[in-house]
Design a protein around this ligand. Sequence first.
Ligand code: AMP
Ligand code: SF4
Length: 465
Amino acid sequence: MIKEIEYFLSGKINEECGVFGVFNVEDAAQLTYYGLHSLQHRGQEGAGIASSDGESIIREKGEGLVTEVFNTERIAKLPGNMSIGHVRYSTTGGGGIENVQPILVRSHTGDFVIAHNGNIVNAKELKMQLEAMGSIFHTTSDSEIIGHLIQREVGDFHEKILKALPKLEGAFSFLIMNNENLFVIRDKNGFRPLSMGKLEDGYVFSSESSAFEIVGADYIRGLKPGEVLKVSKDEIESFQYTDCTQDKMCSMEYIYFSRPDSSINGLNVHTSRRNCGAILAKESPVEADIVIGVPDSSLSSAMGYSDFSGIPYEMGLVKNRYVGRTFIKPNQHQRERGVKMKLSAMEAVVKDKRVVLVDDSIVRGTTSKHIIKLLKDAGAKEVHMRIASSPIISPCFYGVDTSTYNELISTRLSPKELGEYIGADSLAFLSNDGMIEGLGKNICLACFTGKYPTSMFSLLENLKK
Ligand code: AMP
Ligand code: SF4
């Protein structure tokens, strides 16, 4: 057991990807390209699209941004009115073209492709079992496991999928496509979002609802935890792969990941952040002249802080749009350099001011330390840091790179010590109750509380103590 804990805390491959699917719409691959483009913030390491014309499946993929991987010629190689696509995020060790999805499974019973967002927590055990039974893996990605599990089952393709899914533990949204159908799957805990939209005579599916706007589709609904949709020419059938479900949407989707124009479980992401910012102002007031947010994910919570406190909201930081997220740089040195390339302080706004600086979260402390220095160098008199979530004290086992236990700065420093470390005049976090008030009860807060909603990790946590 102890070995297992080390394994889980040692920084394995994490995936916080985005998936997009199209069924029964002309030029499906082209639409998928647009969909993936709007999900680019969920992963910048690789992108792939597979399409089917009902006869065969073609797949194109590569490392880099969607616009780097695809051009008009490459999209033209992907015919048909069914398509799935994927943008990939992975931390150190998880890279490489072989891990870029969709994964293509060639089989005598028919080819199929898989796109996956999330993390299968019993991947290691399943892989060992499957290898012992003769399966050969081509990638180090969790996602290939579902392909092997499906292959080993008997029955129609949809029966095989329904039999394979209960073997998986963890967080996942899958799109699985063969030459007839598209299968759309959400895990039984509801960790990762997945939505359905209507476009002309067909349907689109996306990790985030904001992608529907871009392709001109109408939002229909989010998938339920444990739901499997079988999408055919004539109908959409809904199955549950298990009745043992719970609604534990990842709170980080609201706090950091998703676009502000997405809605998750009926709550708009911008609104949720604004709510949290207002609650933060109520819980941790401070005397100051201006409130500023760290672009982009914290602007909404800074507005909320300003709403409640009455302190004017200002634009104190400007972001260079053409630099990727700091987290995707593989080591601390590169990460720090990434931060410097990304943000500039507005001297004209912050000079001689007492500033409330709102950010969505502190993980390793790199970003806040650097931004506070930027603001002070630009003449800010005081910088009071306010974080629109609680201290992150536990790693995520469900696919979000909140990094390993040892890297999480709040496991080592109290808020007071951390405030001093990052050079803030004061530091306060939103409480756990404040997060529930702002985001609702049906959320996972495990990285803030250490209480995991799946039994396996409650056990591991207890052993760790
Ligand atoms: P750090 O510098 O390590 O404290 O990172 C905190 C910053 O990273 C915050 O400004 C967040 O916007 C962002 N962030 C929070 N969680 C994640 C995550 N899981 N992946 C990438 N970036 C994140
Ligand atoms: Fe999201 Fe944290 Fe739960 Fe992971 S542990 S699913 S990051 S809330």
